[in-house]
Design a protein around this ligand. Structure first.
Ligand code: DX5
Ligand code: ZN
Length: 235
């Protein structure tokens, strides 16, 4: 189980990094205080963009000790999950729409000793994850349509985040609630207030001149009354 964080976890998305220097860019965010490295895998079919596969994940494994948080935007996903696990992914997250048997896919990820995540697109209802919560370590809410970095935050997802926070709390389990897309210090404040505890940020980190300052600014966006600060005894 992933332990409940007492401050927001920050997962820079390598999608916004300099792809000619991926090893260096990985080390740079680790040194800047990042918690997880977010890796966006796109196939040009499930989403209208293409990035990289297990070979790149494997090459980056030796550049970091951060957990590698792999976001699969590919369909089908199942045939590639073992390859990503063997490449060194620590968390593997899938969209329910990428295959017919989400329960089986999560079982497969867990059977490989990895944390299993479910990703909800802006139009995907929370019901998509309700019946597989026992197999879920991470719920990722997309606050943009997947495929590209640098898009505008979709505020209608805040209500979904709040609903998921209640659902997670009812389970009594430490399911991480992470948010992907359009995260800035301002939107970070809103999603953390709604109950998120992990921020994925591409442009906000890799587009900034000082990665450490950018990560600090995202962490500082946590509202004083959030569950995170309450857990830390400061709320
Ligand atoms: C989009 C990806 C995101 C992307 C976020 O499909 O899943 O991880 O990198 O980029 P920003 O933070 O720039 O919105
Ligand atoms: Zn992502």
């Amino acid at each position: 189980m992933i332990t409940s964080p007492t401050r927001p976890l920050i997962a820079p998305s390598l999608l916004a990094a300099d792809f000619a220097r991926l090893g260096e860019e990985t080390r740079a965010v680790e040194q800047a205080g990042a918690d997880w490295l977010h890796l966006d895998v796109m196939d040009g079919h499930f989403v209208p963009n293409i990035t990289f596969g297990p070979l790149v994940v494997k090459a980056l494994r030796k550049h970091t000790s951060m957990p590698m948080d792999v976001h699969l935007m590919i369909a089908p996903a199942d045939p590639y999950i073992t390859a990503f696990a063997e490449a060194g992914a620590d968390h593997i997250s899938v969209h329910p729409e990428s295959g017919p048997h989400l329960h089986r896919t999560l079982q497969l990820i867990r059977s490989l000793g990895k944390k299993a995540g479910v990703v909800l697109n802006p139009a995907t209802p929370v019901e998509a994850v309700v019946n597989v919560l026992d197999l879920t370590d991470i719920i990722m809410v997309m606050t943009v349509n997947p495929g590209f970095g640098g898009q505008a935050f979709i505020a209608s997802q805040l209500a979904k985040i709040a609903t998921l926070r209640r659902m997670i709390d009812e389970t009594g389990r430490d399911i991480v609630l992470q948010i992907d897309g359009g995260i800035t210090p301002k939107t970070a404040h809103e999603v953390l207030r709604a109950g998120a505890n992990c921020l994925i940020a591409g442009t906000a980190v890799y587009g900034a001149p000082d990665y450490a300052a950018a990560i600090t600014a995202l962490r500082a966006a946590a509202p004083a009354t959030s569950a995170l600060n309450a857990a830390a005894g400061t709320g």
